[in-house]
Design a protein. Sequence first.
Length: 152
Amino acid sequence: MKLAEALIMRADAQNRIEQLRMRLNSNAQVQEGNAPAENPQHLLAEFERTAAELTHLIQRINGTNAVTVLADNQTLADALALRDVLKLRQGVYRGLAQAALVSVNRYSRSEIRSQSTVDVAEIQTLADNLAREHRELDAQIQAANWLTELIE
C-alpha cells in the first residue's frame, strides 16, 4: 500500500471515530421506558476497533515518514514539520499586512490619524514567498506520498 493510500485511510478512520462519538452521545440517554435508537455497546465496540486501526495506521505512517528521504536529503517527517511552520509563518505575515493597512476613518480634522508601523508591501512579499515555498514543498510531499510504500 502506498503512503498516500494510508493517509486517506487515516482520514476516513478519523471521520468514522467522530461520527461514532456523535452517535454514542446521541444514544447515551433515553426517556425512561424507551430503547436507544442504536445499541451503545455495539457502537463502543465499533469505536474501539476503529481506534485500534487508527493507532496502527498512524504508527505505520509515522515510521514511514521517519525513514523516507526526499530529493533534498531531508526526511519526509522533517519536510512535514517545515511545511506546517511555513503555513504558520505565512498566516502571521498575511495577518500583519492586513492589520497594518491604514484605513481612513476620519470624520473631522480633530480625529486621530493612524499610520503603519511596518512596510506593508515588504511584509506582503514575505508572505507571498512563504506561500510559494509552501506550495513547492507540499508538491514534493504529495509526490513522495504516492511513490512511497508504507512500511510495516
